[in-house]
Write a protein that binds this ligand. Structure first.
Ligand code: UD1
Ligand code: CA
Length: 452
């Protein structure tokens, strides 16, 4: 039997006070609704129907890489109406799972539990017990069996005492849903077509309703404003920090790390405070990452040490390297085994060969540096003439004296030496010494000018 998922996302989200539709507000750099779509794909949905009302252009643009059916609910007449507008495209023999675009943290395992409890011909309903059930629909039971849901605004005083609440997430058969939804009325306190009214209808027809519960209430919380959004972000980050630790990484403070993408770590990785990971990051064994580093779309080999305040973006770093403090690897940077990049050194589209060193204040752009070459402090590759970019090649074992400018295109062959303070505009051959700076003159008994 196939699975269709309906994601409700037609609400305006006024309380976000934003020009961005609510469900596009991010958790860990990813739109809330994208988290929901990913979870829907995780349960093996054959198709996903996204019910939207506002900001269709923006939604379609940001979610274009997903395979979803777009369902416009032009007027928001209630959750029941929202599901109803999606039903015509759903085969009668499908199970339908209803999710919410602004409830991003529901775990796959929770939905699997929910689908497992759904009785044949009945409804699986996700509920949760809250200390303060204010605002939620209450689960009405008789002899412990669910017989209905009553909304806060329609509830009698004694019903308001019920603290088992409706999360809104449920699973039911498409054919049943179609029948029930056709019979909804909006004769209630809010004048809306309530999805929740299907529960009593099912019960009256003798269809069973079974409940499942999330591991934690945060899984079913939505974000209506930026305060709630921030709370979900922190909860999500705490969950990811826990996963990293269980996989063998030590975190100086699990509350001060942000993972905005996919990170895999080897064993005995240690991560100091305020480290941010973005995109796809792969980290080997025994890697140490200092405070305040940002690692985006990169891979880091075993035993590499990244000192504080370094930024690594779209780069590849081999084993036994050291970086920083204040190192910066821009896109296309490659560090081979044992290479060293020290403070205030920037690389872009460049390779630092095995055991090569650039320890202080250097820019390497469009450059290849051979094995064990030494780049002196303050060396700059001048790769740009204002219009075009040019390559610099530095051979194995070359020694570039401090404060040199290498004007590209230029090539320094293996084991060549460049004297400190040189501006190099011509190639240097193997084993040669190139010195290109003003000759020093010493004038004896120099009398400094005096104030008259
Ligand atoms: C709903 C439930 C309530 C439950 C609560 C959990 C109903 C009638 N009530 O109440 O039992 O405890 O969620 O949070 O279902 N939406 C649409 N189109 C509409 C109306 C709503 O897409 O016409 C979407 C909204 O964007 C939102 C979600 O459905 O994401 C829930 O709607 P909302 O009006 O917030 O329902 P609640 O009053 O919170
Ligand atoms: Ca709500």
């Amino acid at each position: 039997m196939g699975i269709s998922v309906i994601i409700l996302a037609a609400g305006k989200g006024t309380r976000m006070r934003s020009s961005l539709p609510k469900v596009l507000h991010p958790i860990a750099n990813k739109p809330m609704v994208q988290h929901v779509i990913d979870t829907a794909n995780g349960i093996g949905a054959n198709n996903i129907h996204l019910v939207y009302g506002h900001g269709g252009e923006q939604l379609k643009e940001q979610l274009s890489h997903n395979n979803v059916e777009w369902v416009l609910q032009a007027e928001q007449l209630g959750t029941g109406h929202a599901v109803q507008v999606a039903m015509p495209n759903i085969p009668d023999d499908h199970r339908v799972v209803i999710l919410y675009g602004d409830v991003p943290l529901t775990q796959l395992s929770t939905l699997e539990k929910l689908m497992a409890v759904k009785p044949d011909n009945g409804i699986g309903l996700l509920t949760v017990i809250l200390d303060d059930p204010m605002g939620y629909g209450r689960i009405v039971r008789e002899d412990n069996r669910v017989v209905g849901i009553i909304e806060q605004k329609d509830a009698a005083p004694e019903q308001l005492l019920i603290n088992e609440v409706n999360t809104g997430i449920l699973v039911a058969d498409a054919s049943n849903l179609k029948n029930w939804l056709n019979n909804l009325s909006n004769d209630n306190a809010q004048g809306e077509y309530y999805l929740t009214d299907i529960i009593a209808m099912a019960h009256e027809q003798g269809c069973q309703i079974e409940t499942a519960h999330p591991a934690s209430a945060i899984e079913v919380e939505g974000a209506n404003n930026r305060v709630q959004l921030a709370a979900l972000e922190r909860a999500f980050q705490a969950r990811q920090a826990e996963t990293l630790m269980l996989n063998g990484a030590s975190l100086a403070d699990p509350a001060r790390i942000d993972v905005r993408g996919d990170v895999t770590t080897g064993q005995d990785v240690s991560i100091d405070v305020n480290v941010i990971f973005e995109g796809k990051v792969t980290i080997g064994n025994n890697v140490k990452i200092g405070a305040n580093c940002i690692l985006r779309d990169c891979q880091i080999g075993d035993n590499t040490v990244i000192e504080a305040n370094s930024i690594i973006d779209d780069a590849s770093v081999a084993e036994q390297c050291t970086i920083g403090p204040f190192g910066r690897l821009r896109p296309g940077s490659v560090m081979e085994q044992g290479a060293k990049l020290g403070n205030f050194v920037e690389m872009k589209k460049s390779t630092l060969g095995k055991g090569a060193k650039a320890n202080h204040f250097t820019y390497l752009g469009d450059t290849t540096v051979g094995e064990k070459a030494n780049i002196g402090a303050g060396t700059i590759t001048c790769n740009y003439d204002g219009v075009n970019k040019f390559q610099t090649h530095i051979g194995a074992g070359a020694f570039i004296g401090s404060n040199s400018s290498l004007v590209a295109p230029v090539s320094i062959a293996d084991n060549a030496t460049v004297g400190a303070g040189s501006t190099i505009v011509k190639n240097v051959e193997a084993e040669e010494l190139a010195v290109a700076r003003g000759k020093q003159r010493n004038i004896s008994s120099w009398q400094r000018p005096e104030k008259k």
